[in-house]
Design a protein around this ligand. Sequence first.
Ligand SMILES: [Zn+2]
Length: 441
Amino acid sequence: MLNRYTARPRHWALLFITSTCLVLGLAIYLSSTPIETEEEAVPPMSEILEALEATDFHNALIPPLSPPPDWEQYTLQAGDRLSYLWQEKWHLPLATLYTLLDNKEGARFLNRVQPGQHIEWLASRDGQLLAFRIWQSRAQGSEWLRESSGFSFRNLTSQREVKLLRLEGTLQGILVNSLNNMPEIAGQQGAIAAALDRHLPLRRDARDGDTFSLLVEQEWLSNDPTPYSTRLLAFDYQGQRMTIRAARHQDGRFYTPEGISLIPPFDRIPLAQRFRISSNFNLNRRHPVTGRVQPHYGTDFATPTGTPVRAPADGRVIRTGRNHHYAGNYLVIDHGQGFETRYLHLHRIQVNRGADIKRGQIIGQTGNTGRSTGPHLHYELHINGRPVDAMRAALPSVEKLQGADLKLFKEQSQQIFSGLDNRLALQDLAQRLTQNASSIQ
Ligand SMILES: [Zn+2]
C-alpha cells in the first residue's frame, strides 16, 4: 500500500502514528518492568560492547585465586558407566563425549572401557575438555586433544611408569619456598603447595619450624624428559599449632587414617528456605542480544532484599568486594579441598575477609547490587578451580567414610601411610599401588 509514490504525502501522518506507538509502548514497558528477577535484561549498548570483550564477566571481576587446571585422574571401577562419570562426577559437557565418539578409531576404546583402565583428562577453567587419555595398559593408551577444529586422536605406545617420591621439609616462610629446594618436583612446586593449601589451614596455623612429609606420585612416559603428571598422594604435617595426616582416596578427596574427611558436609543451598530459581547454571547460555555464548556460572535465587545468606559449609572468607558494574557486593569463601563458593549482588556483607566461618553462619544479605535488574542471589560453586552446577554437583555429605568404602580406604591407605613414614620401600609401594589400581594385561 505504501509504495514510493503515495508515501510522501502521508509522511507526517505516518510520523505521528509511529511516535504515538512509541510513547504508548514505552508507557506499557515502564509500567510492567519493576519486578523483574532475571539477571540478563537487555543491557545498554556500552555494556554489550564490554561483554563482547569479556565472555566471562563474573569471573573476570573476581580473578581466580586457584592454580591453573591440572590433569585429573580416575581408575575405572567395576560397574562404572562412562557417560555417568563424565557428567556427574567429572562435570564435563556430555556433548564433548559425543564429539570424541565421532572418531571411529577412538570410539572403539571409549565403547569398550574396562575396570582397571586408567583415565586422565585436562579441562579448562570453564569446564571445557582440553585433552583426554585412556590407558588400556601401562604401555598402550589413546589420546584425544582439542584442536581449533574439533579433537585429534592418536594412539600412545610409550611405556608409562609410576614413580613415588617421599619429600621431607621444614617450613621457613611460605610453604612454596620450602618446596623450591626440592629438585625432584621442579616446575610442580606451585601445584603441590596449592594442593596442601586446600587441605590444611596453612594461612592461619603454619609456623616456621613446622615439619612435613609428602608422598607424591609421578607418572612418566618413556620418551618424555618431564613427568606428565604429578599429584599428592598423602601428607603428614607436624606443626606447633596443627598435626594432620591424610591420604587421597579414590574419590579424589583426602581422609585421615580413620577415614574422616578433611572437608565438612556441604549444604545444597546457602539459604534457610527454598526460593524460586530464576536462572540456572548454564555453560552454553547465549547472550540475548549479542548471540554470543556467555556462560552463567551460578544459580540465581529470586529472594527479597535482606534475605540472610548462610555458609553451606565451614570455610574462610578469602575475598569481599564491591563491583558497581557486575558483581555488586560479593564475597568468596574457600572451604578447603578445592571447594569455593561465591555470592554476588549482596545487599550487605556481614563477615570480614580472613574470617573463619561455620556451616550455617549468616554471612550476608541478598540484594540487588551490581548488574542485576531485581533482587536475587547469584550463587556459584567452584570445585578445583572450575565452576560447576551447585544444584547437581556431588557434595560431601558425610564426614566419615562408611562400610565397604571405609574398608577399601583403610586397606589402600595403610600402604600409603607406610610409604609416607618410610617403612616401605617406595619402589615396592609404587608396584603395589599400580597393581591395586589395575588388573589389566
Ligand atoms: Zn546469576
